[in-house]
Design a protein around this ligand. Sequence first.
Ligand code: NDP
Length: 264
Amino acid sequence: MSESVHWQDVEAADYGVIGDPVAHSASPRMHAAAYKEAGLSYDYRAVRVPSGEFDQAMRHLESLGYRGLNVTVPLKELAYLWGEGGDPRMGAVNTVRFEDHACVNTDAPGFLRTLRDQRVGPCRVLMLGAGGSARALTVALADAGFEVALYNRTLTRAQELVRAAGVRVQIVSSPNAAGCGLIVNATSAGLQGEAPAMDWQSVEESALAYDLLYGKPSLFLEEASAHRLRVQDGKALLVAQGALSFEWWTGVAAPIEAMMRAIA
Ligand code: NDP
């Protein structure tokens, strides 16, 4: 676990991650390892920013000389509204830059990068969940030619996602993965040690089960392994999104191996 400090008490640094809570974030050690490997003398801090204090905190961090920030729950939507250049279909960003007040979502292209690494090409996908991550990944998958079937325990939230994202997605009434080459758990169930409802009898043996969760055992992936599926946890996405943020800020190719080792 990294140290997190309330934004009013934080020291000057170059980059950081803001959220609430944020002490659990692995980003500080991952980015510190990347700077060391790339020979860059930057500092990266975890900064606690309650959502009601977002605007004040951003002004303060900019005045302290921060160059850019990663953004996590519950601030990604606020960061999208703060910055220029975010994708309105996603409505959330995880990376901002102060120099030009620009923002970008690196979770979405980072996720596609991890699928390429796993040799998963366009196919039918069962997406579980309808929160911020599910929305960004659904847009990225639809753009990349995947056929997304969306299941959420609260149907109205899935409908809201489709309306807001404006991409072609099929809302399904049960977590059935027949014909799917990929099943993505984009729910936050794992944070409570739970797994979302899933019809494991319907899965194809060749499918990849992907949980965005990292840093905790995943009951969803345990269930997938018991059904002999290939599995992927959220560490690969953590590194991929971090690498894209690093490159967007610094213009230097990210040292992926060092970043991966730092969070292993
Ligand atoms: P949100 O809070 O925006 O959305 C949560 C979703 O999970 C909702 O659809 C909710 O359903 C669903 N859900 C919560 N509990 C359960 C449950 N017990 N059973 C079924 N569904 C449930 O979360 P985010 O989209 O921000 O994050 C989702 C997950 O992705 C988190 O675990 C987060 O840590 C992880 N993540 C990992 C990243 C990485 O780098 N590896 C990057 C980004 C996210 P309902 O609408 O019915 O309430």
